[in-house]
Design a binder for this molecule. Structure first.
Ligand SMILES: Cc1cc2nc3c(=O)[nH]c(=O)nc-3n(C[C@H](O)[C@H](O)[C@H](O)COP(=O)(O)O)c2cc1C
Length: 323
């Protein structure tokens, strides 16, 4: 049975199908929607350790977990030992798991030596992980990539270092930093990482369907899986995977249910960020929610011009009535 409860340190998750942290996407409203459809763990967008250290209010907002399912994780990034230690202690007072980003490929992150850049300096990587584990009051997990580029595939070595310093679980995305999101994620490296350590390993990269989810378990023997892009506009994927892995019949998600969830998502977003920002933030989500449906592109253009909740609700209700 691939679907199971997953224990990360002393924290037990209700299942091993996790939502990936995604900057600009996995804010509190979206996480709550994914939790509703069964995600076993969600994580905040990545939070700057320096931002926390200097008490930046925007950074703090990213750590809002009001009314959220527990356990919940927060992801921190940085490469300065002192600030990462500080951030670790700080977020461990709020959430149940501290996750460390050692995979982000974005130039502005890599330029500062953070995210995936740590994969090029394993001595520093070890010190950062050690500091985070030492300061955290809750289990620490780390999310890595395969390596920085094809000439430095370090995931197995890194996994062993992380296990040694007391990290409780590792998530691996089967791409190098140089690949960003191109090509196909390498699941063989995920299998190798799983074989190399005793702590739980979570496989990530290119799980786009319930069938992919099962195949990831079959091919890599991982303890859990993490879904990123396939959940955007499709939080239902968690329920689909959970049912599929249990051999249960699939429940059809009707257009009424989809509309209901979209409206709920918008309401949550407004509560979190205020109408003005929320309506703009929802545009990218809505584009994904309606992708592949009738008249999606014309509707998307219309939605992108709407500035108020009432108008947006009206537009979406009319759209879903007509498809
Ligand atoms: C828009 C976007 C934002 C992301 N932000 C983060 C992040 O903040 N932290 C992180 O560890 N990974 C981040 N990722 C990477 C995802 O967590 C995941 O590793 C990657 O998308 C591969 O999984 P997938 O094929 O299921 O999408 C981001 C990915 C996307 C598409």
């Amino acid at each position: 049975m691939y679907l199971k409860k997953l224990k990360i340190g002393n924290v037990e998750l209700k299942n091993n199908i996790l939502l990936a942290p995604m900057a600009g996407i996995t804010d509190l409203p979206f996480r709550r929607i994914c939790e509703k459809y069964g995600a076993g763990l969600t994580c905040t967008e990545m939070v700057s350790s320096k931002g926390l250290f200097y008490n930046d209010s925007k950074t703090n907002l990213l750590l809002n977990i009001e009314d959220e399912q527990r356990p919940v994780a927060a992801q921190i990034f940085g490469s300065d030992i002192e600030t990462m230690g500080f951030a670790s202690e700080y977020v461990s007072n709020i959430v149940d798991i501290v996750d460390v980003n050692m995979g982000c490929p974005a130039p502005k992150i890599v330029k500062n030596g953070d995210g995936s850049k740590l994969l090029t300096n394993l001595e520093l990587l070890e010190k950062v992980a050690e500091a985070v584990v030492k300061k955290s009051k809750v289990p620490v997990t780390v999310k890595i990539r395969k390596g920085f580029d094809s000439s430095s595939i370090v995931a197995v070595e890194v996994a062993k270092i992380l296990e040694k310093v007391g990290v409780s679980a590792i998530t691996i995305h089967g791409r190098t930093r140089a690949e960003f999101y191109s090509g196909q994620a390498d699941w063989q490296i995920i299998k190798k990482v799983k074989e190399a350590v005793k702590i739980p390993v979570i496989g990530n990269g290119d799980i786009k369907s319930k069938e992919d989810a099962k195949r990831m378990f079959e091919e890599t023997n991982v303890d859990g899986i993490m879904i990123g892009r396939a959940a955007i506009g499709n939080p239902f994927i968690f329920e689909e995977i959970i049912n599929y892995l249990q051999g249960k019949e699939q429940r059809i998600i009707t257009n009424e249910e989809k509309l209901q969830i979209i409206l709920e998502h918008i309401e949550l977003e407004i509560k979190e960020k205020g109408e003005n920002i929320a309506i703009k933030e929802m545009r990218k989500h809505l584009a994904y929610y309606i992708r592949g449906l009738k008249d999606a592109s014309a509707t998307r253009e219309k939605i992108n011009r709407i500035e108020s909740k009432d108008e947006l609700f009206e537009c979406l209700k009319a759209y879903f009535e007509n498809i």
